[in-house]
Design a protein around this ligand. Structure first.
Ligand SMILES: C[S@@+](CC[C@H](N)C(=O)[O-])C[C@H]1O[C@@H](n2cnc3c(N)ncnc32)[C@H](O)[C@@H]1O
Length: 290
């Protein structure tokens, strides 16, 4: 996850106002600007007490992408960058995965659990559009109300998820952590030209919506709900429906201990587990064995 809020207080020290500036009479534009700065500083100060710093979301056009990425893939990554928190490397892996299942005719729908603003599934849809293959159904699972409560398993190197959750909590099942509403996601997604009747938005915790509402056959399964319990639940219900030759992507294996535990436990119980290769420090991708 590339966090919008970095866990650091190392922002620039605001410039000191000397007595001369304080006495100066401001124009309306200067006053407006000053009000904005004061508000921003107050917000930054409040967040700093919780260990967070405000940083600007990088402009898509300014994204520096590795030279070996194909031009079309670079375009796709730039197109979806405002709507995703995953890295260019993980997006590149996703585009490769879509190319693979299309080229090898792996039958089945695409599933993403944990869509946030929709950027990753938009990258998958854009790649299908580029192939002229828009007949697969895309299943988008999310609370559309932010991250639900984590358990004691959900820790990263930078701390316990529960500590952060308690600050941003709205209820046990909702928070301001990775929150994006259903309307917002639909607006983002349908800025692409993918057929509306081929997209299913499943709202709620996956622990409640699965297995009641899920596809029979899956060609690409992307898991990105971060926590132990949801990841375990997704694997138990969805992995058996992933076609041999289909692709599994785990977004948070390296970052969240609970996610890694869920994946390791689940595959320890199977005779044939896929080799999950590293996309970056946290993302993993594998092909389901035949
Ligand atoms: C890290 S974000 C997903 C990032 C996204 N895939 C992207 O491309 O940027 C995690 C998402 O998972 C959702 N989520 C977390 N736990 C969930 C659960 N148990 N059931 C459904 N959605 C969940 C959150 O609402 C959030 O939108």
């Amino acid at each position: 996850m590339v966090p919008r809020w970095r866990n650091s207080c190392s922002g620039k020290t605001p410039p000191r106002i000397d007595s001369k500036s304080r006495l100066a009479i401001n124009t309306p534009t200067q006053s407006k600007q000053k009000k904005k700065t004061v508000l921003k500083e107050a917000l930054a100060k409040t967040l700093a007490t919780f260990g967070y710093r405000i940083s600007r979301i990088p402009q898509a056009a300014a994204l520096v992408l590795p030279d070996d990425f194909e031009d079309e893939t670079k375009q796709t990554i730039r197109r979806v960058a405002p709507y995703t928190m995953t890295s260019p490397e993980r997006l590149y892996g996703l585009v490769q995965a879509v190319d693979h299942v299309v080229r090898h005719d792996v039958a089945g729908d695409f599933v993403e659990c944990g869509v946030w603003r929709g950027g990753s599934i938009m990258a998958a849809a854009q790649t299908l559009i580029s192939h002229g293959k828009t007949d697969r159904t895309l299943w988008l699972y999310d609370t559309f109300e932010g991250m639900p409560e984590p358990t004691e398993h959900d820790r990263s190197r930078s701390g316990d998820a529960k500590e952060k959750f308690d600050v941003v909590k709205i209820s046990e099942d909702a928070s301001d952590w990775c929150r994006s509403t259903l309307d917002e996601v639909k607006g983002n997604f349908f800025s692409l030209d993918y057929p509306k009747d081929k997209v299913r938005f499943i709202k709620g915790k996956v622990e409640d919506t699965l297995p009641a509402d899920m596809p029979d056959n899956i060609a690409l399964l992307r898991l990105d709900t971060d926590w132990y319990e949801s990841t375990r639940h997704e694997l138990e219900h969805l992995y058996p429906r992933l076609a041999p030759g289909g692709i599994l992507i785990i977004d948070d294996y390296g970052h969240w201990e609970g996610c890694r535990k869920a994946v390791d436990e689940y595959f320890a119980g199977l005779d044939r587990a896929p080799l999950l290769t590293r996309l970056d420090y946290t993302g993993r991708m594998g092909v389901k064995p035949y």
